[in-house]
Structures are given as C-alpha cells and as structure tokens.
Design a protein around this ligand. Structure first.
Ligand SMILES: C[S@@+](CC[C@H](N)C(=O)[O-])C[C@H]1O[C@@H](n2cnc3c(N)ncnc32)[C@H](O)[C@@H]1O
Length: 290
C-alpha cells in the first residue's frame, strides 16, 4: 500500500529567533527524508496507535468513544507494519551514528515497532515499562486495568557507541541504578492549560529521556509532535528541537506552550529543578573521574 503524503512544506510553521526550536506542518516522512543524514542526536517518537476503531474507553470517570482523530484510524496489521518500517528507516537515516531513539506505544503498535527495528538493524538497548500510576479503570471488567506503556530504547545500529548519563539517572533514583520500570504520573493540569491533546505525554517522562540520552546543545527530533511535550522538555534542558505534525491545531498549541516557557512560575520551578539536577550530576561525574 502506498502511504499518502501531504504536500511537502519547506517553510517551517514556527521557528524561534536562533532556530533552536523549529516546527513543521508536514508529514513526518517528508521532513525526515529532507533532514541531512546523521544530523539528529536523539529521537523520541509517540507514533499513531491505530486504535480509534469504535471501541469504548473511560474519560474523567465516564464512558467515551475511542476517537483520537483521523490520524489514529485503525489499519490492518500489515499496513501498520509497513508504515512503521517506513518512518523508522527514515529515522535511522537521520540519526547520528551514535544517536539513539525512544519509541513509546501500547500493545496496538509496539510489537510491530520492535520487530521493524530488528529488521532494520537497530541495536535494542532497553524495553522500559512506564507505569502510569493513576490509570483510568477498565469499564468492561474483562481485562486487567491497562496501566503501562512500553518504551523501546534503541541505538542506530550495532556499531553505535551510545550516550547514557548513568550518574544523572542514578541521582534521580536516590543513588541507586535507575531501573527500566518508571513510575511517572500522567500530565498535570498545568501542562494542559493551553489546550488538550488526546495522547499528551507528561513533561517528567521526556525530561528523563532527554537527560538520560543527550547532552546540552544536542538536536532532538519528534516526528509525531502532538502538543509538543518533547520540544518543551528539550527547550527546558537547552537542547535544540525539530518537531512535525499533520494537524495545525496541535502546532498552535505547541507554540503557545513554547512562548509561555519564559516567566511561568510553574515551569520556572521545573527548569530550576532540572538545572540543579544537572549540576549535581556534573559534581558526581567529577568525583567518579577524580
Ligand atoms: C500519539 S500523538 C503524539 C502526542 C505527543 N507525544 C504529545 O505529548 O502530545 C501522535 C501525533 O502524530 C500526528 N501524526 C500522525 N501521523 C503523522 C504523520 N505521518 N506525520 C506527522 N504527524 C503525524 C498526529 O496528528 C498526533 O498529533
């Protein structure tokens, strides 16, 4: 099946003054194909789940249709796998030889993503279980409550010498090695004050991923930008960012979140906390070297 592409838009939807935060209103496959080979240090991807198929879910304690949008309409397993192979191979091309990527997903897509990565020769580093701590109840009472998402961490290929900030992760876990089971709450109300995205990720999740696998100044890419959580965390951590999305309403939401970063007490606190952690990690690293 040929994947229908939207028209390539060379002009960014938004860019800040020093081009460290750039958004494209475009199909991520086109954006990825245009990026210079090996230019991206870290990719985070939260691809479509393809689960909007008329089923039911629980939202704010009430029964609701699973309808996240046109981008999430159900497809056959073969079509889903073909799509995953295509965007993942373009990510692999864009990644720096030592670059890594994190892909998050539920059972609807994550097995295809993992298999596609194996087929493409990525080096699988970890499969992380993100425990969502306060999941909505399962209304049908016929399944375990869905309370985790799997995050695959993989390097570009078997030769990659990937970066891992071991000390910073250890500090986050009270001085013990960080495990692959992460208890992180869903986004707080304050993170949704400019509008909602149906699958918005918490800043705390991206904060951990970006600090674990990149360094200040690195280029971070999210091909499925959504509400821009990856970009916001990247900006807070002084990384450069490129995001793309098919839906302009989510890009407008991202711009609002980005422009609000300066002077917002809530996020200022977060930025300070992040900087303190980085300073502590540097001290710990210096001690190890000494
Ligand atoms: C699962 S959501 C990502 C949510 C995001 N992680 C956040 O924290 O808000 C997937 C997003 O990808 C976008 N999308 C789907 N297919 C796309 C494509 N081919 N190119 C670019 N964006 C796409 C959708 O519009 C949707 O906003």
């Amino acid at each position: 099946m040929m994947i229908k592409r939207t028209q390539i838009q060379h002009k960014p939807f938004f860019t800040n003054q020093d081009d460290t935060f750039v958004l494209f209103h475009a199909d991520s496959l086109d954006v990825l194909a245009r990026l210079p080979q090996g230019s991206v240090n870290l990719i985070f991807a939260d691809p479509p789940y393809f689960l909007s198929n008329g089923g039911m879910t629980c939202q704010s304690g009430k029964r609701a249709n699973v309808d996240k949008g046109q981008w999430d309409r159900a497809r056959s397993p073969e079509d889903i796998h073909e799509f995953n192979m295509e965007w993942l191979s373009l990510c692999q091309r864009a990644l720096h030889p030592n670059g890594t990527m994190f892909v998050t997903g539920t059972r609807h897509v994550i097995f295809s993503v993992g298999f596609a990565m194996q087929q493409l020769g990525f080096k699988l580093l970890n499969d992380i279980s993100w425990y969502k701590v306060t999941p909505p109840p399962n209304l049908s009472c016929r399944y375990f409550t869905h309370s985790t998402e799997t995050i695959i961490w993989a390097a570009r290929n078997q030769k990659s010498k990937h970066f891992f900030d071991y000390q910073s992760m250890k500090l986050d876990n009270a001085g013990k090695q960080m495990r692959s089971l992460w208890s992180i709450m869903p986004p707080r109300k304050a993170e949704k004050r400019f509008g909602k995205h149906p699958t918005q990720k918490p800043i705390a999740l991206l904060d951990r991923i970006i600090r674990a696998a990149s360094q200040p100044g690195d280029l971070i890419l999210d091909p499925f930008n959504g509400s821009g959580t990856t970009g916001i965390a990247a900006a807070l951590l002084d990384r450069r960012y490129i995001g793309s999305d098919l839906d302009p309403q989510y890009l407008r939401l991202t711009v609002k979140r980005f422009l609000d970063l300066e002077g917002e007490p809530d996020l200022e606190v977060l930025r300070e906390r992040v900087q303190q952690r980085e300073a502590k990690a540097k001290i710990a690293k210096a001690r190890v070297v000494a």
